[in-house]
Design a protein around this ligand. Sequence first.
Ligand code: IP8
Length: 266
Amino acid sequence: MHLKFLTLVKLGGSVITQKQISPPTVYKMAISRIAKELRTHQGPLIVVLGGGAHGHQAAHIYGFGDSSTPPEKLLSGIPLIRHNMTLLSLEVEQALNANGLPSVVIPPFSSVSLHDGEIMNFPTDIIKWTLEAHCAVIIHGDVCLDDVRGASILSGDTISVYLAKALDIQRVFIGTDVDGIFEENPHANPNATLVPVIDSSNKNFVLAGAGASASTDVTGGMARKAQELIELANQTTQVAVFNLTSPGRLTALLAGKSTTCTRIEF
Ligand code: IP8
C-alpha cells in the first residue's frame, strides 16, 4: 500500500534538548509546543529525533567521530548512548500521545546494521505497517553495530534521507535551531545570508559555505546535512530546512503555507 501524504519531520537535537548542559536535559517546553504543532498534521507521520545532548555528549566521551578510537572503546559506549536516546524518545512519545497523536518509538539499534559508518541493512516493513495502523512513528539517531568499526553513530539526517527514499516520502521537513541553510555558518557569523532556495544553480556555492554545527556534533553538522538533503530532493519529494525554535513555522509547512526556510528543489 502506498502511504499518501506521508510526511517526515526531523526534530533537531539542539531544539529538543539543552545541548550545552550536562548531564543531558530535555527541553520539555519545546517538546510540548512541537507536539501541538505536529498534531495539526492530517495523515501518516514519521518523527525523526536528532541526538542533541543525549546522543552527542555520550558519543563524544566514547570517541565517536574520531577515526583513531579503537572498536572496544566505541562498543563500551553503546549502553549509555542507547539509554540517553531512549529517555529522549520516550519524552517525545509521551508528549505526542498526550496531545492526541498516537505514536510509538521504533529504535534503530534493534534492527539496523552498519558497514564502516554506512547503512548495510535497515528493514522498513515494521515502520510501514505501523503507519498503516494509524500510529505515528518516532525514530531517532542512534548508536548501531558496525561490522568494520564495532559501533557507529547513525544520524537522524541519514535516517531521514534513507526513509524518504525507501518509503517514497512526499514531504521532508528538517527542523534545526537556525532559519535554514545559510551562505556561511550563522552561529559564527550572525550576519550570514539565508539561502531561500537551493537548486542546481547555487548548489556548489552553498555546499562550500555551509558550516559545521557550533556545539558538540559527531555527525558533521550543517554541511553534511545539506549534502544529504540535496541528494534527496526531486520531483516527488519536497524538502525544507526550517527553524523549529520559531513557533508556527512547522505548522505552516505542514499546512502547505509559505514560511521562512530553505527549500531544496531539483
Ligand atoms: O543529531 C546523532 O543524530 P543527529 C545521534 O541527527 C547520536 O546527528 C546518538 C549521537
